[in-house]
Write a protein that binds this ligand. Structure first.
Ligand code: FES
Length: 116
C-alpha cells in the first residue's frame, strides 16, 4: 500500500459519527490513499480500513464501499468482497485483506486517534 501519512483525531460523539456509537457501526472519513472506513468492532475497539482495494494496489480501479448489510465491504471495480469484521477477503480476485491504519480509542470520552 503506498505510504500516506495519517494522523486523525475524531470525537465520535459528533453527529457525523453517530453510527460508531453502536458496535458494528461504521463511518467514512477522508484520509489515506482513497479514504478510510472506521468500524466499531467491539466496545473498546474501532478499526480503520484503507478504502483502496488491495487487488493490484498500485493501479487499483476501485475502492471499498460498505454494503447495505453492514457485514461486507465491496470493491466497485472487479467485485472483491471483504469481511467488515476484520478486513479479510471473502471473495476475490484480491488475496490480501484490507490495509489497516493504527487506532487508539478511549470509550470513556469517545476520542479516537487514527495514525500510522
Ligand atoms: S480494484 Fe478492487 S477488485 Fe478490482
Amino acid at each position: 500500500m503506498p505510504y500516506v501519512p495519517v494522523d486523525i483525531y475524531i470525537n465520535i460523539s459528533l453527529p457525523a459519527y453517530s453510527q460508531l456509537n453502536g458496535i458494528g457501526g461504521w463511518a467514512y472519513v477522508t484520509g489515506g490513499n482513497d479514504g478510510i472506513i472506521l468500524y466499531r468492532q467491539t466496545y473498546e475497539t474501532v478499526l480503520a480500513y484503507e478504502r483502496r482495494c488491495t487487488y493490484q494496489v498500485e493501479e487499483s480501479c476501485g475502492f471499498g464501499i460498505v454494503d447495505s448489510s453492514w457485514t461486507t465491504i465491496s470493491c466497485d471495480c472487479d467485485g472483491t468482497k471483504y469481511h467488515i469484521f476484520d478486513g479479510s477477503v471473502l471473495e476475490g480476485p484480491a488475496t490480501y485483506g484490507l490495509f489497516q491504519y493504527r487506532t487508539a480509542f478511549n470509550p470513556d470520552n469517545n476520542q479516537l486517534h487514527v495514525y500510522n
